[in-house]
Ligand binder design. Structure first.
Ligand SMILES: Nc1ncnc2c1ncn2[C@@H]1O[C@H](COP(=O)(O)OP(=O)(O)OP(=O)(O)O)[C@@H](O)[C@H]1O
Length: 263
């Protein structure tokens, strides 16, 4: 692969106008919504990602695994536009994202649930959900009702402040807020981290429900192997910025993957 030519492609942002109605666009299960090709990423002189390729399809969960510090969050930040790439390209619906800003990627339908969740502690649950309206056209600014079917606890806590919720409830709120944006690509960074087992199950069920809708691609970063093993359709394992294993669920060799997850 000619990395130089891929890097040139990466400089050409996709036209915003072509992608302004995420709510009405649909995608058949099986076509890649996201394609990252040969991505290199640097922090100053330090390279964090080398030649990383990965795709995410509608109706599927694509998992990215690896231990702390191997580059998982860096990759997600590149996808959502928070960190520029130096080589390779990231395509959404076949169009290179280039240096498109995060808010424009959100308008395209890319929603990010970061590690640490970034809930607004002084805003109520309802107000936190409404921050998800930002990339939507006025007519679409409603909270989809299935969010409360997925996370009933949020319905009963709409007037509570985000900061008063437990860690697990905040994680559910962060996912719900991402869903308010009607994403076509949902990017989740370690949603099980520090969460109690019963809520991990709820989050797993929510991800299954979203996958089974068939229109959303889910990119899931995780270190919790059993969670990934149950949910993922495809996986990639990162080690020091390199993809060291990848394939479908059937290809997944639990022992090999576990070796890459233990310190
Ligand atoms: N803003 C930054 N400036 C400089 N180096 C960074 C920055 N963010 C991450 N790094 C470095 O890049 C490498 C990859 O970090 P990254 O956070 O992507 O890994 P990770 O796999 O997501 O780890 P974790 O699970 O701990 O979040 C690490 O060596 C980290 O120290």
């Amino acid at each position: 692969m000619n990395e130089q030519s891929e890097a040139v492609v990466a400089e050409q942002p996709a036209p915003i106008a072509a992608a302004s109605s995420p709510a009405v666009e649909t995608k058949t299960a099986g076509e890649p919504i996201l394609q990252a090709k040969n991505v290199d990423l640097f922090y100053g002189a330090a390279q964090a990602l080398w030649d990383v390729s990965l795709s995410a399809e509608a109706g599927k969960v694509s998992a990215l695994m690896g231990r702390n510090g191997v580059g998982k969050t860096s990759f997600l930040r590149a996808v959502v536009g928070e960190q520029p790439i130096s080589g390779g390209s990231i395509l959404f619906d076949g169009k290179p994202l280039g240096r498109m800003a995060p808010h424009d990627r959100a308008r395209l339908g890319i929603a990010y649930v970061p590690q640490g969740r970034d809930i607004f502690p002084l805003l109520t649950v309802k107000e936190n959900l409404e921050t998800g309206f930002a990339p939507l056209k006025r007519a679409d600014r409603t909270i989809p009702s299935d969010i409360f079917d997925l996370f009933p606890v949020l319905d009963s806590m709409l007037r509570r402040r985000g900061g008063d919720l437990s860690g697990g409830q905040q994680q559910q709120l962060a996912i719900a807020r991402a869903l308010v944006t009607r994403p076509r690509l949902l990017v989740l960074d370690e949603p099980t981290e520090g969460i109690q087992p019963s809520i991990i199950k709820d989050i797993g069920r929510a991800i299954e429900y979203l996958r089974d809708k068939g229109t959303i691609a889910i990119l899931l970063v995780e270190q919790y192997f059993d969670f990934v093993h149950e949910l993922a359709d495809t996986f990639a394992v990162l080690d020091r910025g390199h993809v060291v294993a990848s394939g479908t669920r059937e290809d997944l060799d639990p022992e090999k993957v576990r070796r890459h997850l233990t310190v």
